[in-house]
Design a protein around this ligand. Structure first.
Ligand SMILES: [Zn+2]
Length: 148
């Protein structure tokens, strides 16, 4: 929020009456007037409850670029995979107490492929995504069965 007096970007502003007009001011500037209503914590909490995508594995290069990164993935297959597909595979496998070998056998794939999937280094084909979802009982797609 921008303070209407000094223009500083602050976490919260207060409605402050100064010389007959009411301004939204930072805590520093509001000292020069009469604070009418410090915003209750509930309002701040509600404003912060924006929908955010789950954190993706691997190095984060700034949250603001997340949509660009997702576009890269969607170009590689028909299905739009969730950005954290590797983490979903691993947690589903671990919750079943399967080793990477166990999962590889069920998928009829190599153990090295399972490890690459879980680290996010290998983008599964659509067929493999369906197999993984079937055997692990998880959804790996960002937008399951939605039509535009
Ligand atoms: Zn200010």
């Amino acid at each position: 929020m921008l303070c209407e007096m000094c223009g500083k970007d602050v976490e919260r502003t207060s409605r402050t009456r100064i010389e007959g007009s009411v301004l939204l001011l930072c805590s520093n500037c509001s000292r020069f007037g009469v604070v009418l209503d410090p915003p209750p914590a509930a309002v701040v909490a509600a404003g912060g409850r924006l929908r955010r995508p789950p954190a993706s594995p691997g190095p984060q290069r700034g949250a603001s670029r997340r949509s660009e990164e997702r576009d890269v993935f969607s170009d590689m297959g028909e299905l739009e995979l969730a950005p954290d597909w590797g983490r979903r595979i691993r947690s589903a496998r671990e919750s079943r107490r399967w080793t990477p070998d166990d999962l590889a056998k069920r998928l009829n794939e190599k153990r090295s492929l399972v490890l690459k999937l879980e680290s996010g280094n290998f983008h599964p084909t659509d067929a493999l995504v369906r197999k993984l979802e079937h055997h692990l009982g998880v959804r790996l797609r960002a937008n399951p069965e939605t039509s535009p």
